[in-house]
Design a protein around this ligand. Structure first.
Ligand code: URA
Ligand code: SF4
Length: 239
């Protein structure tokens, strides 16, 4: 097993390089391409899916199949494009037959996602589907929590159904279309939250967050440069 020296990755590109040659779990054995993630390294919004599917494995990019097309349509409603966000997955290599990633695979891949979170330092984390939600909000229920603005320390967690579920079920697709329209509100909420503030309940009143959940969201280790900050501010200006 190779090591994962997460604190030596200074940029999102360095994380990607490490992912491309990673052999830390069995998922490397059947991959065509690892899929580190794609988008702006200073995005205010980090979108986290579950794991690459067939098309993503072929192309080395996240959400490029039918789910990706629906995700693009949902972002366009806001309106946002891929360059405004960063999109990645809980595991970076395709699980065989699109099965759920196993706990040891999620654990092996965790340093990459954790470091992406540290370096990108988004204001809002959008989880897609149940597995990605539970990683940040263990007692979450996707059927209850989709579209809610959940304050976690100085960030907002904004869970959505997985687009693949929307492709299978028209009611879920409608929920996705409605929920995504609250993304600007999620950003605005996040901007009102200072680093020193304690997590507060949101207006839905059922978003209390325990310390252990909040501690899963890390503080940035590396400061963004001035030009990166300006780019980030410009994105936030959209809202
Ligand atoms: N589903 C996911 O969870 N991630 C992708 O990248 C594509 C489909
Ligand atoms: Fe490495 Fe993650 Fe791919 Fe497993 S899924 S081989 S931990 S990059």
């Amino acid at each position: 097993m190779t090591t994962t020296p997460e604190n030596t990755w200074k940029t999102v590109d360095e994380i990607a390089d490490a992912v491309l040659s990673c052999t830390n779990c069995r998922l490397h054995e059947n991959r065509t391409n690892a899929v580190p993630g794609d988008g702006s390294p200073v995005a205010s919004i980090l979108i986290i899916g579950e794991g690459p599917g067939f098309n993503e494995d072929q192309q080395g990019l996240p959400f490029v199949g039918r789910s990706g097309k629906l995700l693009d349509e949902l972002l366009a409603q806001v309106p946002l494009s891929r360059k405004d966000v960063f999109i990645t997955n809980v595991v970076k290599c395709r699980p065989p037959d699109n099965r759920d990633p196993l706990p040891d695979e999620v654990a092996a891949c965790k340093p990459y996602l954790q470091r992406q979170l540290d370096l990108i330092n988004p204001k809002v984390i959008v989880t897609l589907g149940r597995h990605s939600l539970l990683r940040y909000y263990p007692e979450g229920r996707i059927s209850k929590d989709h579209g809610r603005i959940i304050k976690l320390d100085d960030r907002v967690l904004f869970p959505l159904y997985h687009p693949a579920a929307g492709l299978r079920n028209p009611a879920i697709k409608r929920d996705l279309q409605e929920d995504v329209m609250r993304l600007p509100e999620a950003i605005r909420e996040a901007l009102t939250m200072g680093v020193s503030q304690q997590p507060e309940a949101d207006s839905d009143s059922n978003s209390e967050v325990t310390e252990s959940q909040a501690s899963q969201i890390s503080e940035p280790i590396i400061e963004n440069t001035q030009s990166e900050k300006e780019e980030g501010d410009q994105q936030l200006g959209l809202f």
